[in-house]
Design a protein. Structure first.
Length: 377
């Protein structure tokens, strides 16, 4: 495990629920930090330099759970060392970096994947399965709303573009929605028209280090904010489907409200991550229904992702477990396929995010080139 923050700890917890996988070491940005994380998480070995782990032939898989600006270096080094690599998103700070990783992965011996974990909810799989056998969607709507950066004293490394990239709300959470809608509908975002905004032009950066989802405290200095707090996006999927997305990290009371609503000619499908075990299906010619997460009622792709009987709720940690289990199954049998986002999938999302940022800057619709066509755009 490379990275000892929120994501790294969540990965460790999920890994321990998967048979025949052993978490043997963790690396952090300092020897002291790594040792503290190892003690907290019950990991025997720790290191202040991730390269020590890459040099160990007994380690098969690397999980990259570090801040965004380190993703390209860590992932490239891990690929060069012949490791299987599961990376948190994004692959890099921009499409140039993520494109380099796609090229590197193509010639590397290991299996690679990216943690767009919302794909791996059973009810999401159910919506995808039903949409794949029905009429094409003509309209999509969605949100990803949070409030953890509502106050001007809220601070995190994600606010700094040098560490997180030029898009913050769009890059951090909007990227999840874009990947999810493309995965569920099987259609690519091809055109975008975006607007971005800030609630706070300056924030008060605390003197002490703050953790993700933690407000700053103590003395603080005012810092000019250069990334967006919220955004709205008109979009078009291939095949002519229109859509709209609202993204915000400053919406009071919204803890983690990711939702999508897909309309087709015979049904609508609505899912809300804060009620993850229910899929609302709207009809005109008969009563609407709500499908619950019951392995006896779901399609085979969705039922495979359930681990408990109906009425036993499964959520975000279980989806991450499903993702990681899918990834390790692909390592054991590379021919089996799977639904883990590929490096190319993650690169495509970064390309779409950059198109939205460009659209907001230029005040116009912008085409989103397909992966492999960026140089010609």
């Amino acid at each position: 495990m490379i990275g000892a923050g929120f994501a790294g700890a969540a990965h460790v917890e999920a890994l321990r629920r998967i048979p025949r996988v052993h978490v043997v070491a963790i690396a952090a940005s300092s020897v002291e930090g790594a040792a503290a994380a190892a003690a907290r998480l019950g990991i025997e070995r720790s290191s202040g330099d991730y390269r020590e782990l890459l040099d160990d032939p007994a380690i098969d898989v690397i999980h990259t759970c570090v801040p965004n600006d380190l993703h390209v270096d860590v992932n490239l080094a891990a690929l060069d060392a012949g490791k299987h690599v599961l990376s948190e998103k994004p692959l890099g700070l921009d499409a140039d970096e993520s494109g380099r990783l796609v090229a590197a992965a193509a010639s590397a011996p290991g299996v690679t994947g990216v943690c767009f974990n919302y794909r791996h909810y059973p009810i999401v799989a159910e919506a995808r399965e039903r949409l794949s056998h029905g009429p094409a969607p003509h309209l999509v709507q969605g949100t990803y709303l949070q409030d953890w950066l509502l106050a001007d004293t809220d601070w995190n490394w994600r606010i700094e573009p040098e560490r997180a990239g030029v898009a913050r709300a769009l890059g951090d959470i909007g990227s999840h929605w874009i990947d999810l809608i493309q995965h569920v509908t099987g259609r690519r975002v091809v055109r975008v028209c975006g607007r971005t905004g800030r609630l706070h032009e300056t924030r008060r950066r605390p003197a002490a280090r703050t953790l993700t989802f933690e407000s700053g405290a103590g003395s603080a200095e005012p810092v000019q904010v250069r990334t967006e707090d919220h955004a709205t996006v008109l979009l078009e999927l291939d095949g002519g489907c229109h859509g709209v997305l609202t993204v915000s990290q400053v919406s009071p009371g919204m803890r983690n409200r990711l939702s999508f609503h897909v309309d087709t000619a015979d049904a609508a499908y609505l899912w809300n991550q804060e009620r993850p075990n229910r899929l609302w299906i709207g009809r005109r010619d008969r009563p609407s229904e709500e499908v619950v997460r019951d392995p006896l009622l779901l399609s085979a792709p969705a039922a495979r992702l359930t681990h408990y009987p109906a009425g036993h709720q499964e959520g975000w940690p279980d989806a991450l477990r499903n993702l990681i289990e899918d990834f390790y199954s692909s390592i054991r049998d590379p021919a089996r396929g799977g639904t883990v986002a590929t490096f190319a999938d993650a690169h495509a999302v970064t390309v779409a995010i950059e198109a939205i940022v460009r659209s907001a800057e230029e005040g116009r619709w912008v085409d989103v080139p397909a992966v492999g066509e960026e140089a010609a755009s």
